[in-house]
Every structure is written in structure tokens, then in C-alpha cells.
Design a protein around this ligand. Structure first.
Ligand SMILES: Nc1ncnc2c1ncn2[C@@H]1O[C@H](COP(=O)(O)OP(=O)(O)OP(=O)(O)O)[C@@H](O)[C@H]1O
Ligand SMILES: [Mg+2]
Length: 320
């Protein structure tokens, strides 16, 4: 068995919340990510799902090296990011790229597609005009656009085309790992399948490994090898595609599956998910005392992930 490309080991990210405590003097911490671990193998698509605020983007930014973990280690090809010198960081920045949710916000409106795509190449020392042009042409074709479109600006494209540009920009440095943070949630439902199919084609053609982030299980249903279900900073269930979609075990995973829209009737698939005041079967509950962000939670009963089948782990109710 080959070593995982990426290993995330007991990742914690905490943010200070100002003004916490009864008299505004305490210093409470928001546990955005609370001890998550996973491996990503070469060529695999690992999906991370969970509702808004559960820590998906914070996890993504930590993997990209853009958010300092409070605790834990992230290794790329066995090398921890912490302690890497500048050349090592550059190398990793090239190997791990991200596609953002909103392609309009992530593209500079004043830059042509050519300028946007050339920037990362130049940053990484590729300066010959002919090579830059050749790479841009090839990449635009890869994402279903034409080389002639390189001179155009973001507003001249549709939402789906803009996301194709966002994907081109993430792939232009030939990364090994691409973190896709809600890559289709800003798009019309009719366009989503096209972009997902494009991502699948590119994964196969370029041998990419994906971390696919979504609040909506239906989006990842067609592209995951494995799924991590996150709930308020923790993994509550992890398993292969079949284990998650056919034998979901944690009540929260079941709730996400139940919220997958029926293609004939659904209009707003996200709506059914949001019930954060629910008490959980493992004894945790959410605190919303008015003085702090409503998404702070306490954990009176710690519980661990239990392996119920090979590779299928669930955070079961604890009787401790
Ligand atoms: N820089 C920050 N400072 C303080 N709190 C933060 C910061 N970044 C994120 N948070 C908080 O951490 C929690 C997790 O945020 P995160 O963006 O990771 O969630 P998410 O799962 O990506 O949500 P969404 O689906 O809305 O994108 C949220 O409560 C958020 O408000
Ligand atoms: Mg997010």
C-alpha cells in the first residue's frame, strides 16, 4: 500500500471570541475544528460534508497552509508543514491548490483570464511567454473553454464558465491535490452536473486527488470515494461511499441523507438541515446564551469514534 499523499492528524483550530463571559471579561474560544484526522490517498476523492459553520473551510485553509492549526499536524508526502523552509512551502503551495465557492468573488474583475492564469505561473518562476501562453491554451481547452477566450474578462462569462476559469487557475500549476470548497453551490442547479462531470474528467485525466467540501450530500454523491461527516468541528461519521450512503449510522448523517432532494420535487435542498438547537444522542447540546456566537457548543460528554466496520467509523453515544 502506498503512503497517503496527505495526512491530517488531530487537527484543532480555535478562534478567540471577544466579549465572552457574563461581564464581557472572559476569553472564550470557539472550537472551529476540534480534533479531526484523516488521510487522503493518491487519486482519491474524499468528501467533507456538514452544515454551515461546522469547520469545513477552516479545515481546508489549514490544509492549504493558510490557517495555522492550534494543535495537530498536517503532512504532505510525510512532511509536516510546520518547520518547512521557504522552498518547501513553495513546493507545497504548488502541489495543493483550491477552488473556491464563488468564482466571481475569487476572480479579479479587472484582470483578463490570461492575466489571472499567468499570475500563479509567474509566481512559481515560469516566465517564458511562449510557455505561459502554451500552458494557458492547454488548460482552457481542458476545462471546456477556448484559447480565444483568454483575452476576455470575468463579467463576459456565465457563472458556470467562471467556475471553469476558477478550476483552470487551480490546475495551471499542475497540483496533486485540489481542495474544492463548495465548488458548485453558487451555481444554478442545471449547471452543477456539468461542473461535477468536468471535475471527474479532470481527476481521471490528470491523476488528481480531491478534497471535496459541501454542505449538501447530494452534491458529493456522484464523486466521493470516502466521506467525512462533520458536525460542529468534529467528525461524527467516516466511511466509504457505500457505508455512508447505504448504511448511514450516526443520526446526523441520516438527517443529511434524508435531506437529499428528490430530483423531481426539490427546490431548496439545504433547508431541511438547519436545526442546530437539537440535542444530540451522545449528550452534547448547543449553548446560545446571547452573549456569544450561537455556534459555540460545550461537550459535557466526550465520546470517541468507534470502528463499526473496516473503514467505517462513527461517534457513538457515550455512557461515561
Ligand atoms: N478567522 C476566524 N475568526 C473567528 N472565527 C472564525 C474564523 N473563521 C471561521 N470562524 C468560525 O469558525 C466556525 C467554522 O467556520 P468555517 O468557515 O470553517 O465553516 P464552514 O463549515 O466552512 O461553513 P460554511 O458552510 O458556511 O462555509 C464558524 O463558527 C465561523 O464563524
Ligand atoms: Mg465554508
Amino acid at each position: 500500500m502506498t503512503a497517503p499523499l496527505l495526512q491530517v492528524d488531530d487537527l484543532h483550530v480555535r478562534f478567540p471570541i471577544s466579549g465572552g463571559g457574563l461581564f464581557g471579561t472572559g476569553r472564550r474560544m470557539l472550537h472551529a475544528v476540534n480534533g479531526i484526522s484523516f488521510d487522503l490517498a493518491k487519486g482519491e476523492c474524499l468528501s467533507i460534508v456538514g452544515e454551515s459553520g461546522c469547520g469545513k473551510s477552516t479545515t481546508a485553509l489549514s490544509i492549504l497552509g493558510l490557517q495555522e492549526p492550534t494543535e495537530g499536524t498536517i503532512r504532505y508526502r510525510g512532511q509536516p508543514l510546520a518547520g518547512l523552509g521557504a522552498p518547501g512551502r513553495m513546493q507545497r503551495a504548488k502541489a495543493v491548490q483550491m477552488v473556491f465557492q464563488d468564482p466571481y468573488a475569487s476572480l479579479n474583475p479587472r484582470q483578463s483570464v490570461r492575466t489571472s492564469l499567468a499570475a500563479p505561473l509567474k509566481l512559481h518562476g515560469i516566465t517564458a511567454a511562449s510557455e505561459i501562453e502554451g500552458r494557458i491554451e492547454a488548460m482552457l481547452k481542458n476545462v471546456g473553454l477556448t484559447p480565444e477566450q483568454a483575452g476576455r474578462y470575468p463579467h463576459e462569462f456565465s457563472g458556470g464558465q467562471r467556475q471553469r476559469i476558477g478550476i483552470a487557475r487551480a490546475l495551471i500549476l499542475e497540483p496533486e491535490i485540489v481542495v474544492l470548497d463548495e465548488p458548485v453551490s453558487a451555481l444554478d442547479v442545471s449547471i452543477r452536473a456539468q461542473i461535477i462531470n468536468l471535475l471527474l474528467d479532470l481527476q481521471e485525466k490528470l491523476g488528481l486527488s480531491y478534497i471535496m467540501i459541501s454542505h449538501d450530500l447530494s452534491v458529493v454523491e456522484h464523486m466521493s470515494d470516502r466521506v467525512l461527516v462533520m458536525f460542529f468541528g468534529e467528525v461524527v461519521e467516516e466511511g466509504g461511499w457505500r457505508q455512508i450512503f447505504e448504511t448511514p449510522t450516526h443520526p446526523y448523517t441520516r438527517r443529511l441523507i434524508a435531506a437529499i432532494p428528490d430530483p423531481d420535487t426539490a427546490l431548496n435542498p439545504g433547508e431541511a438541515l438547519l436545526a442546530t438547537d437539537a440535542a444530540l444522542p451522545d449528550g452534547r447540546r448547543f449553548v446560545s446564551d446571547g452573549s456569544v456566537a450561537p455556534d459555540v457548543f460545550t461537550r459535557p460528554v466526550p465520546s470517541a469514534l468507534t470502528e463499526i466496520a473496516p473503514g467505517h467509523r462513527v461517534r457513538l453515544a457515550s455512557t461515561a
